[in-house]
Design a protein around this ligand. Structure first.
Ligand SMILES: O=P(O)(O)OC[C@H]1O[C@H](OP(=O)(O)OP(=O)(O)O)[C@H](O)[C@@H]1O
Ligand SMILES: Nc1ncnc2[nH]cnc12
Length: 231
């Protein structure tokens, strides 16, 4: 006996297990059907996400000794040179956010980190119906700003956000292309907290796992792809 037929409507003699009354649908049947639809849709989202990741990963390029000796540079720009991959990236990130955050907990603000976080942060924000706010290198933003210094895999810098960029309590997701040592992302997180934002998490296209950058971050981290072995 199927799960469906085991919940036939016993209060309406006109209804049978396979044909419940149209006037009084069995709520148990409805809820089973909607659970199956939800689970089928979650499975199809996960399958879609897995195939998008494979396409994105094969498009990446690596350049040894750039920008300095000993650094294996991960080039994500081929994604943006190809409209189909560009679309795949945005769809993959959108699926991740939809699968992770409920309607009540969805992000109000996407914060993108200069410069490569600007390549997809605004488009993702638009798809999610969220605001986009930039973190910029020092000296680029007008008006009152918060500033923080940080170290990354191949240098150090200062990051800034406009002081009114985030309203206290707004739910914020940080996006950037790569997490290497995690110094850059941690600096962005500290700026968001200074402004009173509620940091939901971080999203990256690529993680250089061996540098263990996520250990520096105190909010959930999601990375679409991981590296790094020379191709
Ligand atoms: O995890 P970390 O070791 O801190 O490194 C990651 C950061 O390094 C790169 O940015 P970069 O400062 O080179 O700037 P760009 O995006 O302006 O090229 C990358 O886009 C990340 O933001
Ligand atoms: N290895 C790397 N490739 C590209 N961007 C980076 N940012 C920090 N480390 C990087």
């Amino acid at each position: 006996m199927s799960a469906l037929s085991s919940h036939s409507n016993t209060t309406d003699s006109a209804a049978t297990s396979s044909h419940p009354s149209a006037a009084k649908p069995d709520p148990t049947l409805e809820s089973n059907a909607s659970q199956r639809r939800l689970s089928a849709s979650a499975t199809s989202s996960s399958t879609e996400l897995a195939s998008l990741k494979i396409r994105l990963k094969t498009s990446l390029r690596q350049f040894p000794d750039f920008p300095s000796p000993g650094i294996l540079f991960e080039d994500i720009l081929p994604i943006f040179a190809n409209p189909s991959l560009h679309e795949a990236l945005l769809r993959a990130l959108e699926l991740h956010v939809q699968q992770t955050y409920s309607a009540e907990n969805k992000p109000d603000v996407i914060v993108g980190l200069e410069a490569r976080g600007f390549l997809f942060g605004p488009s993702l924000a638009l798809r999610l119906g969220a605001a986009f706010v930039p973190v910029r290198k020092q000296g680029k933003l007008p008006g009152p700003c918060e500033t923080v210094g940080y170290k990354k895999e191949y240098g150090e810098d200062f990051f800034q956000m406009q002081s009114d960029g985030i309203k206290p309590g707004q739910k914020v997701l940080v996006v950037d292309d790569i997490i290497a040592t995690g110094g850059t992302a941690a600096a962005a997180g500290s700026l968001i907290k200074k402004l009173g934002g509620n940091l939901l998490g971080y999203i990256f296209i690529l993680e250089l796992d061996f540098l263990q950058g996520r250990a520096k971050l105190d909010a959930p981290v999601y990375t679409l792809l991981s590296s790094q072995e020379e191709k």
